[in-house]
Design a protein around this ligand. Structure first.
Ligand SMILES: [Ca+2]
Length: 425
């Protein structure tokens, strides 16, 4: 830390970051060899240079100690504040493993972390003892492709009545589709009770791009609904696919939504989305969403009510078959992302940091990369978003969440996914 506080010349710092990153990777590799699956407790993770947000730039390079290699970041991505040097290194502690985890949530007023596994298990982890209990009464889910048990979010009244929102995928006669339910969590008995379906994705379709992320503020519920890999529904205001919705706490369309108060459109907050798997508010209360792009073009979007985010008419990525999609450009009528990633990192969710433990991170968007196997920090400032740091995590990262004490928790992806706690080194 002392070296960072002394503010050595930028080129030297970049060089040292590469040395540190390379050293950390070597430490991790050595530790992994020595300890098998054990997470190294004493090897802090250092950042690698942030991935380029410019599609004309080459993909971000592997960590390198070579000072001759040109850095990929611009000067303005350096620390914005002269008095707070943002945390650059953290220590990682493993707290058990989960099977295909998808979402987690610290339950307010408790010492519990709730974890949803995509196969249909909802688990309560006591953060004091490490004990994990499985919750009964979870709806049966359809578990194929990207389908299964998805997100969870406590209602504003959770601390007094245990009310909690859950999203999942069911398979009806017409095929799989997403559901949003509201139930009551009996913590003492680890039971989900009185679960009512309050919203459904329509029409049904295939096994992908459900999205189904939940965010709540000011007694309103925001929900992402993906394009179900059909693309065109995102521009079709006759369906709730490819949209971000704004609902009342009972699941009905919220009053005064920007697409009018008739029919399905009355639930829309924004349109033209592909697979928005991240949703959170910044410290000013503005909604942001991370969205999986096609081949390249992953997006971090600042959500403006009534805006059209362009899918599938505009994307900074291309179709998987190589067919081009026009990039976002001024005057095309679509809202452009505030940050994007080409090549893709595949952000599994989005968490905007509000704490103090990671100095200098307040109002940073944190995204876990699935294909990227990274943790990415994006500094938000009003309408602007700057990709400022990226750490190689060595595994696909499914979920990022901030704990009440300001520590940051990650869930890896797939079978044997580790639950990780990050604290400043
Ligand atoms: Ca394009």
């Amino acid at each position: 830390m002392a070296a960072l506080l002394l503010e050595p010349p930028i080129q030297y710092r970049r060089f040292m970051r590469r040395v540190l990153a390379w050293g950390a990777l070597m430490s991790l590799s050595l530790a992994a060899c020595a300890n098998g699956d054990q997470a190294p407790e004493d090897a802090p993770t250092s950042p690698v240079p942030p991935a380029s947000a410019n599609p004309s730039d080459p993909p971000s390079a592997s960590p390198s100690a070579s000072p001759a290699e040109s850095p990929s970041e611009s000067p303005q991505s350096e620390e914005p504040s002269p008095d707070v040097a943002p945390v650059r290194e953290f220590r990682t502690t493993e707290h058990g493993k989960f099977t295909e985890p998808w979402a987690m949530e610290f339950l307010p007023g408790t010492d519990l972390l709730l974890i949803n596994e995509r196969g249909g298990a909802m688990k309560l982890r006591d953060q004091s003892t490490g004990e994990v209990r499985e919750v009964s009464g979870v709806p049966e889910v359809y578990h194929e492709g990207q389908a299964g048990l998805h997100d969870v979010k406590p209602a504003p009244s959770f601390e007094t009545d245990g009310r909690i929102y859950v999203s999942w995928v069911t398979r009806g006669d017409e095929g799989p589709h997403g559901m949003l339910g509201l139930g009551t969590l009996d913590i003492a008995n680890a039971a989900l009770e009185d679960l009512d379906v309050i919203w459904e994705q329509d029409p049904a379709g295939g096994d992908g791009h459900f999205s189904l992320r939940i965010a709540i503020a000011d007694d309103l519920l925001y929900l992402t609904s993906g394009d179900r890999q059909e693309m065109d529904p995102a521009q079709d205001n006759g369906t709730n696919l490819g949209k971000i919705l704004r609902l009342s706490l009972d699941g009905t369309p919220a009053p005064d939504n920007p697409f009018g108060d008739e029919g399905v459109e009355s639930s829309f907050w924004s349109i033209g989305h592909r697979n928005p798997l991240g949703l959170d508010f910044d410290v000013d209360g503005t909604l942001w969403s991370s969205e999986m792009g096609p081949e390249g073009g992953d997006e971090l979007n600042r959500i403006v009510p009534g805006a059209n985010y362009g899918w599938p008419e505009a994307s900074n990525g291309s179709h998987y078959n190589g067919r081009d999609i026009p990039d976002h450009r001024e005057g095309d009528g679509f809202e452009a992302p505030k940050a994007f990633w080409t090549p893709s990192i595949s952000p599994g969710n989005l968490e905007i940091y509000e704490g103090d433990l990671f100095a200098g991170w307040r109002n940073s968007a944190l995204l876990g990369g699935l294909s990227g196997e990274t943790l990415v920090r994006v500094a938000l400032d009003g309408e602007n978003a700057d990709i400022v740091d990226e750490w190689e995590m060595g595994e696909r990262v499914r979920a990022v969440e901030e704990a009440p004490d300001g520590s940051i928790w990650l869930l890896e992806d797939g079978a044997g996914a580790r639950l990780l706690e990050l604290r400043p080194a």
